[in-house]
Ligand binder design. Sequence first.
Ligand SMILES: [Zn+2]
Ligand SMILES: [Zn+2]
Length: 309
Amino acid sequence: MPVRSGRPVARHDAGGDSLGVVGRLRAGGAAIPQGVFSKRLVPPQRASGRISPVCCEYEVIVLVVGFPAGVFATNCYVVAEADGRPCLVIDPGQDAAAAVAEIVTAHRLRPVGVVLTHGHLDHTWTVYPLCSGYDVPAYLHPADRYRLADPAATFPPDVLAALGLLGVRLQEPDDVRPLADDAELELAGLRLRVRHTPGHTEGSVVVQTVAGSTRLELGADRRQVEGPLMFSGDLLFAGSVGRTDLPGGDPEAMRASLARVATASDLPDETVVCPGHGPLTTLGHERATNPFLREALAAGVPAAWRGRR
Ligand SMILES: [Zn+2]
Ligand SMILES: [Zn+2]
């Protein structure tokens, strides 16, 4: 873990130092402590109703299929209550539409919305074709709304140039609805809670499921997990955090956001963190080992933020 001046510094090693992302997906999800997911699974004789075709001994409440998309390797997640149900798409990155369509077909899903953890183009690249193709709204925190009008304009030109993407034009979706702090949403039959977690961008959020048993796939990493999930966008990664030196970034806000998430009483250690880049992890593992989260925890939640969940 790179350390500068005795303090943890976010690393940016996803195929180059300037992408604003951390880590590529590692097959096997090595960051997840083995054994964490063997707890409290529903035994076969108690499982009823929806049964996972993959893990037939477990009852499935949530289905999540994720994949890293495009040159940024941004994790896109498709989330549903089960096969054959409505679904949400979270952070559809570059060239994600075909893979989303494949997942939708394979699991007989029906997209009802696209949730964006923030407005960076590596997370929003495919929002327009998906929203227009399925005729569904996008959801984004209002503070990042301006980024959708011209996503490339809010991204560092040198990064785009290095990837041969300078001059890229992306279209904004017609129907964009606000994700408010502390909002509880019912989407695709799922109960979701939103926390505004600025720092990486002004309008970054994390979105969590309230609880449940989940069949979770991210690339080659396939697991049955218990407890809440947290889609952390570019706030929190396995062993690292999002960078704060891009336009709209704010290190102090980032520390406060990390402290708020790290101290949240409704996010137990077994919470599975589904990050915007890189492998899955658990919040307990990050609380114990992630130097950025530990530094934020030591600093505590700022007075102005106390009282928020
Ligand atoms: Zn990103
Ligand atoms: Zn980002």
